[in-house]
Design a binder for this molecule. Sequence first.
Ligand code: PRX
Length: 650
Amino acid sequence: MSIDVVEPKTISQFEDEQGIYQPAPHIVEQANITAYMRSKGFSTWEELYQWSIEHPHLFWADMANRLEWYEPWEKVLDDSNKPFYKWFVGGKFNIVHNAIDRHLKTARRNKQALIWEGEDGSYRAFSYFGINREVSKFANVLKSMGVQPGDIVSIYMPRIPELVFAMLACAKIGAAHSVIYGGFSVEALRERIADAQSKVLITADGGYMRGKIVELKKIADEAMGHSPSIQTCIVVRRTGHNVEMQAGRDYWWHDLMSLPIATARCETVPVDAEHPLYILYTSGSTGKPKGVVHVHGGYAVYIASTLYFTFDIKEEDRYWCAADPGWVTGHSYIVYGPLIEGATSFMYEGAPNYPYPNRWWSLVEKYGINILYTAPTAIRGLMRFGDAWPNRHDLSSLRLLGSVGEPINPEAWRWFYNVIGKGRCPIMDTWWQTETGGFMITPNPTTPLKPGSATRPFLGIQADVVDEQGHSKGANEDGLLVIKSPWPGMMRTILRDPDRYVNQYWNSDPRGMYTAGDSARKDEDGYFWIIGRIDDVIKVSGYRLGTAEIESALVSHPAVSEAAAIGLPHEVKGTAIHCFVILRAGIEETPALEDELKAHVAREMGPIARPESIKFVSMLPKTRSGKIMRRVLKAQALGQDPGDLSTLEG
Ligand code: PRX
């Protein structure tokens, strides 16, 4: 497929001779970061940044003081047991108190907190008062089901308001949630429920995607069949199509919410700042997905401050983060961040191009969106349809744009900037990870922008590019991206596997820096350019998938003996999955089998993991210790030099 894009002709008035986009003076003047900088007595962002990394305790205490604490913390950071850092030690807190309760005491009580549109055009909106009612009622339902502080509730839902309520209800009563993306299939769901040992699963009959029903309850039924820990399943009616309800286990959400126990009064439970808020599974370099643990206190401080300064949230803004709440972007910047900031957050259920490629642009126009935060894959996907679709709509409400998930190619950046932002909306290219909780390297509205660069670290964050020994690389040299000091939003551990947390993120660097798993380079202005993953992780449409998971899905098919998965460039997805398979003896290589294996991977892991191609081979390049050398396969596929082959099996 070729992308038929005409490079936009408009050269923004803000682009200088070096191709750097300078911030407009009125944006700088009104920016939250400018106000903070001045309040600290600094006249440039550089001075403010320098102060923030020299006095991180002062800076983070400032940020924590933007929120409400039941009891103040005694110490900003406890680093006595590295890398198990603790933040705001001794503080009593609840993220829901900050996301909802405190707003009820102010004029925000009647402000719209969440506006939602379904793919089928249905519309729902909730004020802060309304969100509190739904969350409190559901929290009472969960309590009546025996959910206790410390339990992990699994959530497998479409992009509907009840997903947000379910997450907040768990947090309100001190239980942790584990949201499993609604695009995942049976095995992925089962594995995550088992690791979390959840007693309760919250799901829906189905969700809409591209006009079709995604059979969530059916998938959940299959997964629950092999999930002995599950005692209760709560089902939201979204599509209304027929689903099986198992007596004594499955309950309709709306039935429970109309019971007398579901009152709209429920006290938010004060928890320790370090109390677990959620588990979110993400792919790593080896083995099964890791349950990344985030906590109430430091996480809340981090996501609120990054959102406030980066997306410059103002009281009257309508903010749209177009990610799925099932991914970290949704957790931090659809659900918790905007609510803590008292913003109006918009959520859309379906596909960007359904029923036509103007759906998103019509939503921007219809709801008067001011800030739009999305991913390069979505931008490339919509760019493919040409400029006429967005040009049909009034996009003048937009003030800021954002990108996340993978490096944004400069062509897509310029299209987003010129065609969507009309050359006046700065793009916040935010680099971060599930593990980091929030933005790490990101511009703010006052930053001069270079298309394709996530620019510089956030306040309080010390990022660098280093070699294997941990020594800083020179300007424009490739190396490993590391974070040199802790930050409040960081993951605390991997659920049930603290050793993996230490080994994967902290041990590979002898100086105990956080190793992100990305390669990057830093230019002469200190701007970071992310190159990509160094481990065996493939980013498909910005979604993170482990080669090991794809390979084990393939090997679970009776025809397959061995498999290798690699990522190769793709115009829209960024990277697509290509597999190499050795069949079992006597099995014939047919196109039908190739299709069958693609479908098998999609069934096992979810449609996002469906391989682009499957090639039957008789051997795979391996090291003498038996590790598949994926880089050799990749080099061959791209017609490149495979590099050092000294460890290749003879
Ligand atoms: O490789 C980086 C890429 O996404 C990885 C993290 O993936 P995940 O945990 O799924 O979180 C995605 C949303 C935060 C990183 O290791 N990545 C994320 N943002 C960017 C990026 N690569 C380049 N530029 C970005 N802005």
